[in-house]
Design a binder for this molecule. Structure first.
Ligand SMILES: Cc1cc2nc3c(=O)[nH]c(=O)nc-3n(C[C@H](O)[C@H](O)[C@H](O)COP(=O)(O)O)c2cc1C
Length: 215
């Protein structure tokens, strides 16, 4: 991409010529250097940057190009703090709520212990959160592709991200959806924290690809 081309211009290009060496290197760097970032500075993320992330997200592939995603962006500190507390209390609730059971988090002692810790911060203190909702049944896997696009685009801007599956029960609550103008039949696919990383995040390890057939 040249300095004068916007992301939208790039996406509109017909018969894209394919990646040259510089593009290929940049794309691979984003894939290999993205990290789940769990420490952020307090600096807010400008609206323009968030818009760029959403633009990247919606360029993900989707089955029959259904684009079954909807987004909630939360940057208001008070709202983030309130939801962080609510998300934590949901994980600790006994008996577990329907949303916690549906997320598969009930009866997990390790998880309860982690959530009970005084320094547990479900959104890692990030100044922004994007929640991707599936707008149709079966749309969740398309939303995951959108999520990866968003996280890779964030890396190109120097922003850190972390998927937060632990907040799924929260964003699937009837009351929370109503509070956020989310239609009741949408399903939270993945909340993602966004912010400027505080320090470096070391890479995590990967097992080699398990190739069980190559015929
Ligand atoms: C669907 C999904 C849910 C996740 N949920 C959480 C979460 O609730 N909290 C968290 O800190 N990290 C969460 N992660 C981040 C993973 O722990 C992280 O991606 C993994 O450890 C690999 O590290 P890396 O992303 O830095 O390569 C989640 C990742 C995925 C894909």
């Amino acid at each position: 991409m040249t300095a004068t081309q916007s992301n939208a211009d790039v996406a509109e290009t017909r018969n894209p010529p394919g990646a040259g060496p510089a593009e290929a290197e940049g794309a691979l760097k984003a894939i290999y250097q993205r990290r789940a970032v769990r420490a952020y500075t307090d600096e807010p993320v400008p609206r323009e940057e968030i818009e760029q992330l959403l633009e990247a997200a919606i360029h993900a592939p989707s089955a029959v190009n259904l684009q079954p995603w909807g987004f909630v962006v939360i940057q208001d500190r008070e709202t983030l703090t309130r939801y962080a507390e609510e998300g934590k209390m949901l994980l600790l609730g006994d008996p577990p709520t329907e949303e916690v059971v549906e997320s598969g988090f009930s009866g997990n002692d390790w998880l309860r212990q982690m959530a009970a810790s005084a320094d547990f911060a479900i959104f890692h203190g990030a100044p922004a959160l994007v929640v991707i909702y599936a707008t149709s049944s079966g749309g969740t896997q398309d939303c995951f592709l959108a999520a990866e696009n968003l996280m890779l685009a964030a890396w190109t801007l120097g922003l850190g991200t972390c998927p937060v599956g632990l907040a799924l029960p929260l964003f699937n609550r009837k009351e929370v959806k109503a509070d956020l103008n989310v239609p009741s039949d949408w399903v939270a696919a993945l909340p993602i924290t966004v912010g400027w990383p505080a320090g470096e995040t070391p890479p995590t390890t990967r097992r080699p690809a398990q190739i069980v057939a190559w015929r």
